[in-house]
Design a binder for this molecule. Structure first.
Ligand SMILES: [Zn+2]
Length: 96
């Protein structure tokens, strides 16, 4: 692993977290020295991290993120199996 690999992993992680907390404040700049083993471990830890605010992507529009109410923040559709049940029930309700 070379420094540009570590930087790419950090930037991918930051982008993933920033999508979940877009108004968290101005970016911080840090400089650290890592051994190759520590860099590998850090990269693996960041790749496997799952943020509790991350409820996945919307299956309807494929671009939006799903919030804690399982509603897409982009298109407003309820997501997943729950969303499918809501849409089916709403369609039945409208047909009545
Ligand atoms: Zn959506």
């Amino acid at each position: 692993m070379v420094p540009s690999d570590v930087q790419a992993v950090l930037e991918e992680f930051a982008a993933r977290i920033d999508a979940l907390a877009p108004a968290s404040g101005p970016p911080l700049t840090v400089a650290v020295s890592l051994s190759p083993a520590a860099a590998e471990a850090l990269a693996e830890a960041l790749r496997s991290y799952h943020d509790p605010r991350d409820h996945g992507r919307c299956g309807s529009c494929d671009t939006g993120l799903v919030d804690e109410t399982f509603t897409c923040t982009s298109c407003g559709q309820p997501a997943g199996l729950f969303g499918q049940l809501v849409r089916e029930r709403l369609a039945r309700h409208r047909a009545d």
